[in-house]
Design a protein around this ligand. Structure first.
Ligand code: 8X3
Length: 255
């Protein structure tokens, strides 16, 4: 291939999405970065392009909005439509209450972002990949994709859906040679918990206190490993936690 590969990363303004963008910019990828915050995307584009290794195309929209997703794909310049890798990273948790106390609006946002938004993007990008004759879709799942913890209800359900959809996509896209992988991290020290607890710093910090959690760069490293396998190899599913976390419930905290 005489061009850089192209990776599309959703939710690229922070956390795992941003770390993946930074990582892939050093690995001969040009990047399509999407998110809701234009200013952040502009800053990231400038930083990566100034470093001189990668071209960056940005687009800001909310993946919950199907017309915005359609418009984004329609308006992608022709050369940027050769997407080699789609990293479905956009996703969030909102609230941590028992089912009887959960907020409808939190549930809607989680389901519409983590599941429906991922589907909108995947449908349209997989059509481009089929036209191009190859591609790799990497879905960000979670330890919550196979386990359910107290008060994790709807978030865990959305991540279970991500694993089910990853398996389904792998079947549907099999005749087209498109790889589908799921990456399932445990606790990663990002603004995930500040978002989940709606700015409650004490609760957010408690999530990562008393042990050494994973960092966004650890997951970017794994994603890089997953997408750099030989053409005939696909990593279907990979779960990763820090050493202090055994599963969704068991932790070894020193304070
Ligand atoms: C993030 C991991 O344990 O907060 O998906 O659900 S957890």
């Amino acid at each position: 291939m005489d061009r850089n590969k192209i990776a599309l990363i959703t939710g690229a303004t922070a956390g795992i999405g941003l770390a993946s963008a930074q990582r892939l910019s050093k690995e001969n990828f040009d990047l399509i970065l999407t998110g809701r915050r234009l200013e952040k995307l502009e800053k990231i584009k400038e930083e990566i392009e100034n470093a001189g290794q990668s071209k960056v195309f940005i687009s800001h929209f909310d993946i919950q909005d199907s017309s915005a997703v359609v418009a984004f794909i329609d308006q992608l310049p022709k050369d940027w439509k050769n997407i080699d890798v789609l990293i479905n990273n956009a996703g969030l948790a909102l609230g941590k209450e028992p089912i009887q106390d959960g907020q409808f609006s939190d549930w809607e946002t989680m389901i519409n972002t983590n599941v429906t938004g991922l589907l909108y993007i995947t449908k349209l990008v997989s059509q481009l990949m089929i036209k191009n004759g190859s591609g790799h879709i990497v879905n960000l799942a979670s330890t919550a994709s196979t386990q359910v913890y107290a008060n994790g209800n709807v978030y865990c359900a959305t991540k279970h859906a991500v694993i089910a959809l990853s398996k389904a996509m792998r079947i549907d896209l099999l005749p087209h040679g498109i790889k589908v992988s799921a990456v399932s991290p445990g606790a990663v020290d990002t603004d995930f918990s500040m978002v989940r607890f709606k700015g409650d710093k004490e609760k957010a910090e408690a999530t990562y206190a008393g042990y050494k959690p994973l960092y966004a760069e650890d997951i970017a490293d794994l994603i890089s490993y997953v997408i750099h396998q030989p053409a005939h190899v696909n990593i279907n599913d990979i779960e990763v936690t820090c050493v202090a976390q055994a599963n969704a419930w068991n932790w070894h905290k020193t304070s």
